[in-house]
Design a protein around this ligand. Structure first.
Ligand code: UD1
Length: 426
């Protein structure tokens, strides 16, 4: 895939139409890792053809898995019978942060694993201390050799309780994958409960894992001897939903997302309503979200938090919309320490934003102007495309590899709604 090239976006007013959402990237990545816990062929439906999924395919293949991906039908078949390696090289790990998710299942399957430090977006330091501390509490012995971690199980520690200092999505998933095949019970307190984590847990339960929930934010796992392969359809991507809703909102349009799950995005929808947009939910067997945009959007404040708070992954796309909302909006990022890099780019387009540390104050302007901007992470690429749809003239968004990492050709969905958008590879 080319790192060069750009997304060319022209002002496209009143986007309108109906879109079917693809499965969530953030659900399918841990689910693919969980297949390591089984021996056999699992089939997954609604799998996004995004480059992070391809990186995970490469990783699993490097371990010996056989994989078939029908990109058109979005069907992924993973055969894990021949997985015979417990080691992942730096080169493979470097491709994305989510590669750390294989550590738990490899440790469970082989009782030892050697993985390199994962790579990933530059949205913060993104340490893996919570993963490592959790594995140690569960009986793993971990040593570090330069960029590699070697973990092995020397003694079974039955009936453990882990209290996460922060409800990390990845650490929660990794520790669950390790625990499902351990003897005794493991309680994870202050666990992440994002909708993607719940979809992933549903997959493990189908595989035969014993997982229950308790108040407050506790996941209780009782180990079983083995897990079996399954079939599963990935939950619709609430981040793709959010991006498309914002694209319709910022252009004064109307959009219907029949398979969106409204209960996964309550606070986000509330914020769209506070801006003045009309939202209808539940028209498709309690699923479905429809947005009818106001032409006079108002400012609102957002603060990112773990679920059910405002999702960090929708902070930058939302900020693009706030740039054109009347009044002053406050936006605060609390999940990642370096996730306001899109501010500088939005300013190039005429946005008025003041920042201090992880806080921003956005003063709404009447118009944004197309220019060349750089996407620094997946969600920033969506933010800049959204801004470009409303901006006068043409916007060139550099960094298409970020767009490709997170979305399954979302430019086609936007085109269907009337957007003038083209991915130019050079
Ligand atoms: C996942 C999502 C990502 C989303 C994020 C937060 C996937 C593949 N990616 O990422 O899109 O933005 O959740 O909703 O699902 N942290 C530590 N130590 C750790 C682990 C995390 O300090 O051991 C910190 C991170 O640096 C970050 C915060 O905790 O500041 C949240 O990270 P985490 O929830 O782990 O996010 P990811 O699982 O990496």
């Amino acid at each position: 895939m080319s790192m060069n090239g750009y997304i060319l976006v022209e002002q496209s007013l009143k986007l309108s139409g109906t879109v079917d959402l693809i499965g969530a990237k953030n659900a399918v990545l841990p689910i693919m890792a969980a297949s390591i816990l089984t021996q056999g062929k699992s089939t997954f439906y609604s799998v996004p053809d995004s480059s992070d999924v391809h990186e995970m395919i490469t990783l699993l293949e490097s371990l010996g898995a056989k994989i078939f991906f029908d990109k058109k039908e979005n069907i992924l078949i993973i055969d894990t019978v021949n997985i015979n390696k417990s080691e992942v090289t730096q080169e493979v790990m470097d491709k994305m942060r989510a590669s750390i998710l294989v550590m738990g299942p490899l440790l469970a399957r082989f009782r030892k694993t050697r993985v390199a430090l994962p790579g990933g977006c530059l949205i913060g330091a993104r340490p893996i201390d919570l993963h490592l501390k959790g594995f140690e509490k569960l009986g793993a012995n971990i040593t570090r050799d330069n960029n590699y971690f070697y973990a092995s199980i020397n003694q079974d520690k039955k009936d453990q309780q882990i209290v996460l200092e922060y409800p990390s999505v990845g650490a929660t998933e990794n520790l669950i994958m390790f625990s499902v095949l351990q003897k005794g019970t493991t309680n994870i307190l202050n666990a992440a409960l994002e909708p993607e984590v719940l979809d992933f847990i549903q997959v493990l339960q189908k595989m035969g894992a014993k997982i229950e929930f308790d108040i407050p934010a506790t996941i209780k796992i009782t180990g079983v001897d083995n897990l079996k392969p399954i079939e599963h359809k990935i939950i619709p991507d609430r981040l793709e939903a959010g991006t498309l809703l914002l694209a319709a909102a910022i252009t004064g349009g109307e959009i219907s997302l029949p398979n969106a799950i409204p209960s996964d995005m309550d606070l986000f929808l509330e914020k769209l309503k506070q801006m003045g947009h009309k939202i209808e939910i539940g028209f498709n067997n309690s699923n479905g979200i429809k947005l009818i945009a106001t032409n006079n959007p108002k400012a609102t404040d957002i603060k990112t938090c773990p679920y059910p708070g405002f999702p960090t992954d929708l902070q930058s796309p939302m900020m693009a919309a706030l740039c054109l909302a009347q009044g002053e909006s406050k936006a605060e990022e609390t999940v990642f320490e370096n996730r306001l890099m899109h501010v500088k780019e939005l300013e190039k387009m005429g946005a008025q934003i003041k920042t201090k540390n992880s806080k921003a104050i956005v003063s709404g302007v009447d118009l944004l102007y197309g220019t060349q901007v750089i996407a620094s992470d997946i969600r920033a690429s969506a933010a800049l495309v959204i801004a470009g749809l409303a901006a006068e003239g043409k916007t060139e968004v550099l960094g298409i590899h970020h767009w490709r990492r997170g979305y399954d050709k979302m430019e086609n969905k936007l085109k269907k709604l009337g957007a003038k958008i083209k991915v130019v590879e050079v």
